[in-house]
Design a protein around this ligand. Structure first.
Ligand SMILES: [Zn+2]
Length: 374
């Protein structure tokens, strides 16, 4: 987890350095890792003479090509560009994919898979998985997922495994806000635009997502067990549409990251910003939260390189209601709303805050500073 924080910090620092060169805050997402699911000795599902591993690879290459062509500032790293596996042992194979992503300092991990229903040929549609655990999962969905990828999931019925995985899931939300979920939402939105059946986002304890230290999604591009969908996801047209939907999602995600984490304080603002110590006593509202050794939770709405007045119009309806807290890194001024004793309560406030700040996420605060995990 700390590695990701290091990446974020590095990235923030890099931005600070670039600022003098007039560069934009454009590089929130520098490396995107594309993982074509399965490969080599692991073909995935097989229907009508088609192997899932090949469909996944074809779409992965198309998506990667689009990003390479149109987003020159983003580096694409593929876990595989050919029909291969990384280890005969499936768990080691999944870990190897995550290792590639982690070693590349990926900012986003996209794993591409195709679905299959063991019993129903009528089932169709698209869904995107993120790391997590869902109690609301229907038994039908569980059946599909487990029939396809049983080994790719953690066995949550094993108590010690479940404890570790749950701690990880909490930590993950903590570290990334909800970036994986944002990406998953975008992907499903763009699929739906194509008229695909939207099966939604699912939180699942997936090994490959567990091992990747970055916002990560696993997207299921359609059901191979449905003949019409199989035809579509194997066709050039279908694959181009799917890759385009993913590409559009990537583009929006990159913009989202830029906007959500980082607010460049305009030059005029910097000049009028209160100069060091003495003046600050005139602005008691901007002081960090009252000293207290207790950790509380809040919803972060903005971050900035320099202090912003809490009554700045950019806070919209939260003008005057935000609190400033500090953190490490170049964008060390964080602005948040609410003060909750536990994470759950803060989380419950997020949907309301997101009506004004779609990128809002929960942070923990102690002594006026953002508490980082571990
Ligand atoms: Zn698969």
């Amino acid at each position: 987890m700390n590695r990701l924080l290091t990446i974020i910090l590095f990235f923030l620092l890099a931005l600070g350095i670039n600022e003098s060169q007039g560069e934009n805050v454009a590089q929130g997402v520098k490396v995107i890792v594309i993982d074509a699911g399965h490969g080599g000795a692991f073909p995935g599902a097989s229907y009508g003479g088609y192997a899932e591993k090949n469909i996944n690879l074809q779409i992965a290459l198309k998506l990667g090509g689009m990003i390479e062509k149109n987003m020159p500032n983003v580096k694409v790293v593929y876990t595989r560009k050919t029909d291969k596996h990384f280890s005969k042992n499936l768990r080691a194979d999944l870990q190897a994919r995550a290792d590639i992503a982690n070693n590349a300092n990926g900012d986003l991990f996209i794993s591409i898979h195709a679905n299959a229903h063991p019993k129903s040929t009528a089932t169709r549609g698209v869904e995107t998985l993120i790391m997590g655990e869902s109690k609301l999962e229907t038994s039908e969905n569980e059946a599909i997922l487990f029939a396809n990828n049983k080994e790719e999931f953690f066995d949550m019925s094993d108590k010690s495994t479940a404890a570790i995985v749950r701690a990880h899931i909490q930590n993950l939300q903590f570290t990334y806000g909800e970036y994986s979920e944002v990406m998953a939402r975008l992907v499903q939105k763009h699929y739906a635009k194509l008229g695909r059946v939207n099966r939604g986002i699912r939180k699942q304890p997936l090994r490959v997502l567990y091992a990747t230290d970055m916002p990560s999604i696993l997207t299921e591009v359609g059901f191979m067990s449905n003949s019409a969908e199989l035809k579509y996801i194997c066709s050039e047209k279908g694959q181009m549409e799917i890759a385009t939907a993913l590409y559009e999602s990537v583009k929006e995600y990159v913009t989202y990251v830029k906007k959500s984490l980082l607010i460049e304080t305009p030059q005029s603002e910097v000049k009028s910003a209160p100069a060091p110590a003495p003046q600050q006593q005139n602005k008691p509202k901007e002081q960090p939260a009252a000293k207290s050794s207790k950790t509380y939770y809040a919803v972060q709405v903005m971050a900035s390189k320099s202090a912003i007045s809490t009554s700045d119009s950019r806070f919209g309806s939260y003008k005057g209601k935000v609190k400033q807290v500090r953190a490490d890194g170049a964008f060390s001024y964080k602005y948040c709303v609410g003060e909750y004793a536990d994470r759950k309560a803060a989380q419950a406030a997020v949907p309301t805050v997101r009506k004004v700040f779609p990128q809002a996420f929960v942070i923990a605060v102690k002594d006026g500073r953002v508490v980082t995990s571990k």
